[in-house]
Design a binder for this molecule. Structure first.
Ligand code: SF4
Ligand code: SF4
Ligand code: SF4
Ligand code: FES
Length: 373
């Protein structure tokens, strides 16, 4: 592509031809504020917060869409630029509920951060405000259009990353709002509930329903982990408060998912704290008593003392009974009477060990993996 020489705030910079002023500034750790831009999405140029001055040009230009060129001299923080950014922020704030005290996104909201940075303290423009109802009936995502700044990050995430196009902006000007499908509810649209739109929304307009009222960003520990569901191995950030997972956030450095997830990884974590979840091994009472399997039609496991009753045991006991039974089946019915099915939820090492157990301990090649089914 070739290199281009130019300056940002007087600093001489060389960057790849074709990159935008914002991309070049990021490479040099030069701060330019953004709202609609997101490093993982194609630029849109919708919010005009990243405006910069280019020597010799009358108008201010958005750094997120303007490409660099040879000899260009860019300024990022002059009084004129700051005034223009502040004006744009005031316009956004003029149709915003300003309920940061109770907003879920407080402390994790780009609009709030920029209002603080640009000293936007009041609603300067009187006039009509929107009062949308917050009642999308889908089970996962709260949609609060009152907090939407129409940055279109969600639209791009859904279209460019997930390839679904469930979200679009309906109507124009003051009437514009984000909507789903053919202007319906989210669960009545092609939405797959991957949560990509939530991950990139810079305000509290899209928020996970499971996380509502659960805690503030500064009250949580952020723990990076691997999704427990499938072999893609997506990286996730768990937000944990009082030893409870309250939200899943994007790990943008995850090598297999780069921050994106499917519905299971983003919203399927309530099993962790579910009261029905087994956290100790259980065996049938007749196995613990070393008895033969009783007739199934007489089973009444809800009755105390019934041989089919589940009994909580330690791992050593449970694994010992399992190993004895497997060897007994092999000896009584032959190695080929048994088959093994392994899981993409296991580590590679665990799958390898299962292969050893099947072939070398039991002596069967009847071994398969859920990823092949
Ligand atoms: S949850 Fe995923 S599929 Fe649904 S609207 Fe958001 S990005 Fe699109
Ligand atoms: S819902 Fe969020 S991401 Fe989508 S346009 Fe509104 S503010 Fe932007
Ligand atoms: S987020 Fe979805 S795709 Fe990624 S590892 Fe989890 S289940 Fe698999
Ligand atoms: S960040 Fe550049 S126009 Fe929004």
């Amino acid at each position: 592509m070739g290199k281009v020489n130019f300056t940002i705030d007087g600093k001489e910079i060389q960057a790849e031809k074709g990159v935008t002023i914002l991309q070049a500034a990021r490479q040099e750790n030069i701060y330019i504020p953004i709202l609609c831009d997101h490093p993982a999405l194609p630029p849109e140029g919708a919010c005009r917060i990243c405006l910069v001055e280019i020597e010799g040009q009358r108008a201010l230009h958005p750094a997120c869409t303007y490409p660099i060129s040879e000899g260009m001299a860019v300024s990022t923080n002059t009084p004129r630029i700051r005034a223009a950014r502040k004006f744009n922020l005031e316009l956004l704030i003029s149709d915003h509920p300003l309920d940061c005290m109770t907003c879920e996104a407080a402390g994790n909201c780009l609009l709030q951060d920029l209002a603080y940075e640009y000293d936007v303290t009041e609603d300067r423009y009187e006039g009509t405000k929107h009062h949308y109802s917050v009642n999308d009936p889908n089970p996962f995502i709260q949609v609060d259009r009152n907090k939407c700044i129409l940055c279109r990050r969600c639209v791009r995430a859904c279209r460019e990353v997930n390839g679904v196009e469930a979200i679009s902006v309906f109507y124009r000007g003051f009437s514009a709002y984000i909507g789903f499908g053919a202007d319906s509810s989210m669960d009545n649209s092609p939405c797959e509930f991957c949560g990509s739109c939530v991950a990139v929304c810079p305000t509290g307009a899209l928020w996970p329903k499971l996380s509502l009222g659960e805690g503030r960003p500064w009250q949580v520990d952020r723990i990076q982990t691997t999704c427990p569901y499938c072999g893609v191995g997506c990286q996730l950030i768990l937000e944990v408060k009082d030893n409870k997972i309250i939200k899943v956030d994007s790990a943008w450095d995850g090598p297999s998912n780069h921050g994106w997830t499917c519905v299971k990884g983003r919203f399927g974590y309530d099993f962790v704290h579910h009261p029905d979840r087994l956290d100790k091994p259980r065996v049938r009472k007749y196995l613990l008593d070393g008895k033969k399997k009783p007739a199934a039609e007489k089973r009444k496991p809800e009755i105390e003392g019934d041989p089919w009753q589940w009994v909580e045991v330690d791992w050593e006991t449970a694994l010992g009974i399992t190993a004895d039974k497997m060897l007994q089946i092999r000896d009584d019915h032959g190695s080929e009477s048994m088959g093994f099915l392994t899981s993409a939820k296991c580590l590679n090492e665990e799958n390898y060990l299962m292969n050893k157990l099947a072939r070398q301990v039991i002596g069967t090649n009847s071994l398969d993996h859920c990823a092949r089914l």
